[in-house]
Write a protein that binds this ligand. Structure first.
Ligand code: URA
Length: 232
């Protein structure tokens, strides 16, 4: 934590007396609210300090949630296909965020981004085993034997062994699948190993976070409390 007036001086906003005048004039905001007290303590890693609406002090730490539409690849750049980065509004793109994990081009739903390298690595570490919930529409009908095979840990066609997972049949050709790892095309391959072809896939939940009412194609910043829960 640092005093707001010190942070402003260190960020090159002006001299001590200039900073005092800026604060008095109401030109400084912390997380969007005017702050006139130079002695107010801030955490520059998580709070956005702005002078005349311009964020100071480089990039603040953000975690974003996107409701990814089909048709976008999870990559920071691609020579021929649209990337999820194109869906970020310019003010968020400027913060140099990267996707946490990946969804296939055809998969929709919850995709997280951050510009915090440590958090990024912690959350995509296989050790983390964050449960991810997917909704699938598929050919074939899931039965009790499939549920048990998922729970025991499937072996895929190429010999890859999966961690125990949860399969919940919802009705004809619809299921919820919960996995705690993120292998390539994991859910599609797991379902295929039980003779069910996935036609539509949406990630609805990741750890404590759910998509909720976020519209498809839209992005929102996580609250500090949501980030805290995510970090576990
Ligand atoms: N499993 C898949 O097969 N695809 C995804 O996009 C995510 C999980």
């Amino acid at each position: 934590m640092v005093r707001l007036d010190k942070f402003l001086c260190d960020s090159g906003a002006g001299t001590r007396s200039q900073v005092k005048a800026m604060l008095k004039a109401g030109r400084v905001t912390v997380d969007g609210s005017v702050e006139k007290d130079g002695g107010h303590k801030i955490d520059p890693a998580v709070e956005a300090v702005a002078l005349d609406g311009e964020i100071l002090g480089g990039k603040r730490r953000v975690v974003l949630m996107m409701n990814k539409p089909a048709g976008y690849v999870t990559a920071t750049e691609d020579a021929s296909q649209p990337t999820v980065m194109e869906l970020l509004p310019p003010e968020l793109k400027r913060l140099e965020v990267k996707p946490i994990g990946r969804l296939d081009k055809a998969t929709e739903g919850l995709l997280l981004f951050t510009n915090d390298g440590d958090l990024l690595h912690r959350l995509i570490s296989p050790k983390k085993e964050v449960p991810k919930v997917y909704y699938a529409r598929h050919e074939g009908q899931a039965c009790q034997a499939d549920v048990e095979a998922f729970a025991a840990g499937l072996t895929l066609g190429d010999g890859t062994v999966c961690l125990p997972a949860r399969l919940e049949p919802l009705g004809a050709g619809e299921s919820l699948i919960t996995v705690c790892e993120g292998k390539y095309h994991q859910v599609r391959r797991m379902m295929a190993s039980r003779a069910m072809t996935v036609r539509y896939l949406e990630r609805r939940q990741e750890g404590t976070l759910a998509l909720g009412a976020l519209p498809r194609g839209k992005v929102r910043e996580l609250t500090r409390e949501e980030i805290r829960l995510l970090e576990g």
